[in-house]
Design a protein around this ligand. Structure first.
Ligand SMILES: *Cc1c(COP(=O)(O)O)cnc(C)c1O
Length: 379
């Protein structure tokens, strides 16, 4: 039987990517600007139903960093951040010399808990600093509690930086993720739902704000014949080659979303009958998830002593990749000295959660191997 590696999430080309890259070579637009960059931005704006402007950047991390710059986060400021996330959500807070304050998750969406969020705001204000921004994440493509988080943000007039790196193609009440924040962030890293090999985008409510982001992303060059600079600049623009891959990927984005959702349904049907195992699923029909990664939660007490680690190791022997959920930021050596608000939801998710192979390029054969491996484990 075929025993090649089944990956958690790997790049999946649609076919037209090379055509756009070839065009870049043919026209010698081998630079961090050009028709593919403009085309990719237009494709994304259309995909987001023209609710926002999009600036293509070198990575999602760069987009988060520029988002904080646009929100005027400076040294000494405080930024609230969902703890249950990838470190790229939080690192740019430190790039700015600001202080991260981490917030627990709630059980429905595994994202920012609005109650802990408000508690943190009240407490930080009492300590003398009003937080400058809120970083909210759509974990594994499941939208956070959009209305509850927005209500808290508005009550205290703190802007939201929406980390939608995992949620291109997800939506809430029909509105696309990426367009809910005061600024939004997308990622096209190799493992994401579409890829430019490496890349990202900043999503802004106005074209003027996008222009400002691109100004920062291209070394903050003032209007002058020589190189003149009045503000700190960055080299964060997407290259026209990467954008060529992105334009090809935009043609298959909806197909990727459908395939990832199919993987989620596949796991839901396998685990339906297994006590102590739950597949991470949206709380109700207002939420539409791209299910970038399918994740499960194992309750060892109800699952006959099965743990996520036993499962991970058993899958590994079958050459099937799986991975624990993101380790919360407040438990990371680099971040543990910063304040944290909430209880142990994020920690419990980390201890008992596992991400399973979710790629849009997995075959029927791959699914059969995964299913057999799981059923053998519970036999
Ligand atoms: C991938 C990811 C990022 C970073 O995006 P890059 O393009 O890899 O820099 C940020 N936040 C989250 C939640 C991510 O999953």
């Amino acid at each position: 039987m075929n025993n090649s590696k089944i990956w958690l999430s790997s790049p999946h080309m649609g076919g037209n990517e090379q055509k756009y890259v070839q065009e870049a070579f043919d026209s010698n637009w081998v630079a961090p600007l050009g028709p593919n960059v403009t085309g990719m931005e237009q494709d994304l704006e259309m995909y987001l139903a023209n609710q926002a402007s999009v600036g293509a950047l070198s990575s999602g991390t760069a987009a988060i960093h520029l988002g904080l710059v646009l929100l005027d986060v400076q040294a000494g400021d405080t930024v609230l951040c969902q703890s249950m996330t990838f470190s790229a959500s939080a690192n740019p807070i430190l790039y700015q010399g600001a202080t991260p304050v981490f917030i627990d998750s709630e059980w429905d969406t595994w994202n920012l808990c609005p109650i802990a969020l408000e508690e943190a705001i009240v407490s930080e204000i009492a300590k003398g600093t009003k937080p400058k921004a809120i970083i909210a994440v759509h974990l594994y493509g499941v939208p956070y509690q959009i209305e509850a988080v927005r209500a808290v943000a508005d009550a205290y007039e703190i802007p939201i930086l929406e980390d939608s790196a995992e949620a291109l193609g997800s939506s809430y009440k029909g509105q696309k993720c990426g367009t809910f924040g005061d600024i939004g962030v997308l990622s096209f890293n190799g493992n994401k739902i579409i890829t430019t090999s490496g890349g990202g985008a900043i999503v802004t409510p106005t074209a003027a704000l996008k222009e400002k982001a691109i100004f920062f992303a291209t070394q903050s060059r003032d209007a002058a014949p020589h190189y003149q600079h009045s503000e700190i600049g960055y080299n964060y623009r997407m290259s026209n080659i990467c954008a060529g891959i992105g334009r090809g990927q935009m043609e298959v984005l909806d197909d990727h979303v459908a395939q990832r959702r199919l993987m989620h349904d596949f796991y839901a049907s396998i685990f339906e009958e297994v006590p102590g195992l739950t597949v991470f699923t949206v709380p109700n029909t207002d939420y539409f998830a791209n299910y970038w990664l399918s994740a499960i939660l194992v309750d060892p007490e109800k699952a006959n002593g099965m743990t996520r680690e036993t499962m991970r190791l058993a899958l590994e022997t079958e050459n099937i990749e799986s991975r624990p959920l993101w380790k919360p930021m407040h438990l990371q050596p680099i971040f543990e000295k910063y304040p944290y608000y909430g209880s142990t939801v994020a920690e419990t998710l980390f201890e008992n959660g596992l991400c399973l192979p979710s790629g849009s390029n997995l075959t029927v054969d791959d699914r059969n191997r995964i299913k057999t491996a799981i059923l053998n484990l519970f036999a």
